[in-house]
Write a protein that binds this ligand. Structure first.
Ligand code: MN
Length: 193
């Protein structure tokens, strides 16, 4: 198997009560794993077999794109959380957020709104262009800002499987609680790359 599922950098119960161990068991253990397994199956013996995951996402479409992007998006999602991460951005990222959105709180509000109003399944992204201009993007289904030439910095999963066990239909509550576990050190590292 070419792509293996990375182990989480924290224990299964480390993000509770924001994300319960049961949600991790299903969301990471079943959903993320299924996308990676299917991706490996789909690329076997094809021109995609020797490509990086990012290359596959940019060059594929249909079922392969969906599984490759969902694999990447979930890995990116779970690695931005920590039970004891940095709770606020600083430096250039902080300055960019304040300049473009007014304040960190205003940014968070807009980001939550984008997640809450995305109809159906998808992802809400924070992404940057090559001039470090920031964008809040609603992505349907498996969409990823990489395909628009943007650099992904942060993502909240708004597929129902991400929150239904813990929040039932209350997507907005789930989005609001996620700030408690975002590790801004991870986001800043992505921004500086
Ligand atoms: Mn998901």
């Amino acid at each position: 198997m070419k792509f293996t599922q990375p182990k989480l950098p924290y224990a299964q119960d480390a993000l509770a009560p924001v994300i319960s161990p049961l949600t991790i068991e299903y969301h990471y253990g079943k959903h993320e794993k299924a996308y990676i397994d299917m991706l490996n199956k789909l690329i076997e013996g094809t021109e995609f077999a020797d490509m990086s995951l990012e290359e596959i996402i940019v060059k594929s479409e249909g079922k392969l794109f969906n599984n490759a992007a969902q694999a990447w998006n979930h890995i990116f999602y779970f690695f931005q959380f920590s039970p004891d991460g940095i709770k606020e951005p600083s430096g250039e990222l902080r300055a960019a957020i304040e300049q473009q959105f007014g304040s960190l709180d205003e940014f968070k509000k807009k980001f939550e709104e984008a997640g809450a109003t995305l109809f159906g399944s998808g992802w809400v992204w924070l992404a940057a262009d090559s001039d470090n201009k920031l964008y809040i993007i609603q992505g349907k289904n498996a969409e990823n800002p990489m395909t628009q030439g943007l650099k992904p910095l942060m993502v909240f999963d708004v597929w129902e499987h991400a929150y239904y066990l813990d929040y039932q239909n209350l997507r907005a509550d789930y989005l609001h609680k996620l700030w408690d576990i975002v590790d801004w050190d991870v986001i800043e590292t992505r921004f500086r790359k």
